[in-house]
Design a protein around this ligand. Structure first.
Ligand code: KG4
Ligand code: ZN
Length: 331
């Protein structure tokens, strides 16, 4: 089965063709440079950029793969969660193609797409497994059951962890996106220099909260400035804040896996690229098996949407032209 995937939920415009577990092509245009000067994603600009890039990216996909739309069995598009304007562009484009080429059309939950990315990379991976999904938009703990259905175990009640990295980086005067900047500068800092809070770490649920940590960093900066330090210890602040976030993430995801008698833990989302997080996984390898897809499939891409859509199409689902985006979707 060949499926065309379309992803426009945030600031990556992506189209892909997937044949069963094989990615024929996965084209991603990142808008990071456009949003950089604003220090974060501007929803209106994101939607307009998707509109500008999507048709050309689609043509490039067909040219590169030499696949004719006649060979395509169905179209899968992200229906949510995401930015409403951005989602609308992808869904409208997908509807246009479905109408023009008389194809089946399925709307895919973006989060379920991230989970399915693993099946492109690790075809041997079988559920049950627990997923730690950590990006600029989401911080979730999910469980994939034997029948491949996805259950939500926990989520951030406020900022996503990637968002916290980005906001703390801004407080420290580092660039955007902040995650990679903190990752880099933290290598020269002391993670124990400041004892930042580990919010909700010992609560019995699997939820997270990161907005208080950002405030603690802000207060620490103000305290240091008031004490007339000659220079802010940026690398120590970055390393200590990063350590607090990683401690909570690893504690909670391993607890979720343990409580559910699961050995396999999958990491997804841009924050999974964090080098300190990857280093600290080594402390848990006697108890758990970790799966980390390469960044190309960890961050937003259309191949994962096509792969998740393929499952729906195989089961006879066709949402057709009534499909609408759902910005707050989680199911
Ligand atoms: O999954 P992603 O590429 O896009 C979405 O948010 O959907 O994730 C982007 C997020 C940003 O917040 C970025 O700062 C963070 O992932 N990130 C990192 C690292 N690389 C990217 N955070 C920590 N350490 C990194 N090395
Ligand atoms: Zn995502």
């Amino acid at each position: 089965m060949i499926v065309l995937g379309i992803e426009t939920s945030c600031d990556e415009t992506s189209v892909a063709l997937v044949e069963d577990n094989k990615v024929l092509a996965n084209l991603v245009y990142s808008q990071i440079s456009t949003h950089k000067k604003f220090g974060g994603v501007v929803p209106e600009i994101a939607a307009r950029e998707h509109l500008k890039k999507l048709p050309a990216l689609f043509n490039q996909l067909l040219t590169e793969t030499q696949v004719d739309m006649m060979q395509v069995d169905g179209i899968a598009v992200t229906k949510g969660p995401g930015l409403i304007g951005a989602l609308l562009v992808g869904v409208s484009f997908a509807k246009g193609l479905a109408l023009r080429y008389r194809k089946k059309l399925v709307g895919v939950n973006h989060i379920v797409g991230h989970v399915y990315a693993n099946h492109l990379v690790y075809p041997e991976l079988k559920p049950p497994y627990v997923v730690l999904m950590v990006s600029g938009g989401h911080t979730l703990i999910l469980k994939t059951e034997d029948d491949f259905s996805v259950k939500l175990l926990g989520r951030s009640v406020d900022d996503a962890v990637g968002e916290a990295f980005d906001k703390i980086a801004r407080l420290l005067g580092l660039g955007y996106p902040g995650g990679p900047e903190i990752d880099k500068i933290a290598k020269t800092g002391n993670p124990k220099a400041f004892n930042f809070p580990r919010p909700k770490m010992h609560d019995s649920d699997y939820d997270f909260s990161f907005s208080g940590l950002k405030t603690s960093v802000l207060y620490e900066i103000k305290r240091l400035q008031a004490s007339n330090v000659s220079e802010l210890p940026i690398s120590d602040l970055a390393a200590s804040a990063q350590e607090a976030m990683i401690d909570v993430l690893l504690y909670k995801v391993t607890k979720a896996a343990k409580d559910n008698n699961v050995r396999k833990i999958v990491l997804a989302g841009g924050v999974a690229a964090n080098s300190r997080l990857r280093e600290k996984l080594n402390e848990y390898t006697s108890e758990f098996e970790f799966y980390i897809p390469p960044l190309e499939f960890c961050s937003d891409n259309a191949a994962m949407i096509a792969r998740a859509g393929l499952e729906l199409l195989k089961n006879g689902v066709d949402h057709g032209l009534m499909l609408e985006p759902v910005p707050n979707l989680f199911e």
